[in-house]
Design a protein around this ligand. Sequence first.
Ligand code: HEM
Length: 336
Amino acid sequence: MTSRPRHSLILGTLGCSAMLACLPASADVDPQQLLNQFESTFGKFEGYRRSGAKGICAVGEFVGSAEGRALSVSSAFSGKPVPVTVRFSVGGANPRAADNTKSQRNLALQFNLPGGELWQMGNISAPVFGAATPEQFLGRLQSLQPDPATKAADPAKVKAFADANPEVLLQGKYFASQPVPASFGSVNYWGVHTFGFVNGQGDKQLGKWTFEPVAGTQGLSDEEAKAKGPSFLFDDLRQRVAAGNVAFDFKLQLAQPGDRIDSVVHPLPEDRRKVTLGRLTIKSVSADGGGDCLAITYVPTVLPKGVEASPDPMLFARAAPYGVGLGRRLAEGAKQ
Ligand code: HEM
């Protein structure tokens, strides 16, 4: 591990107080309003998650590495197998979203650590999110809301919002540049936010993580994607897991002083070193719509001792809407 003064990256970036002063007033975005806007823009599908609706539960096992232990005291990195409650999903609010399009895939994880401690995360198949702040996310969703007369978004409104907020186009550009993933098990997933890893000496290393398929990434040509049809990902995952072929390396890309650590639309510079924190192996996949992931909402600020949040307005804005979303779908009868 690189040695550096304690908390040097946080202090060395801007100074925490300066950083916090930069944060927009994300508390102003009402979580109920956000959830209502998801439903107005994308439709309401009772019992399903308002985002990542088409999903499947799986069971995984994580084994931490010596590099992980050097960076963090978290028991996730002890080297002993840790059970993980996994959910794979396709982006969007529609539980019948097509699998063969260039859209988002998700990998949500809950590490079930000793003593009842939990570590939750929701990772996406892009290095950036579709908005920089909760306010911008709400504005983007509002601009995409279908007009009742035409049943489609007003292109002028969509363009005006995107012109004024160009960050909202970054993620779409990334997906357009990539092939359709051949499998949930063959695409890279990014945590997108920055987190701090704290070791036994109190050293904090900031970084952004990825889950990278051990067997490598695999995409489909446009013809192959068309031939697969709109619903192949669940069976593909079951087959690959039964054959013992789905595992991901959990990697941390290390931030350096001066790097942006408060943004989901600024990846770290590509040349930043990566270390492997351990390996996640998918052991089984639900045969149907049930499973342990059903009643979980994966809140990325549920962190274990030894892993800390960063001052990112999107990170802290997630817990409340996720709770509201969970409440709504449980009340409706959770389906996924
Ligand atoms: C203010 C910002 C955000 C809002 C309002 C929001 C909202 C939501 C909601 C309501 C759900 C469904 C939760 C449930 O019913 O359990 C969800 C799922 C998800 N979100 Fe977000 N989200 C935000 C930001 C982000 C960001 C920045 C990421 C990037 C990593 C992300 C990744 C995911 C993933 C991976 C899922 C699926 C998790 C699962 O399988 O349960 N979200 N989001």
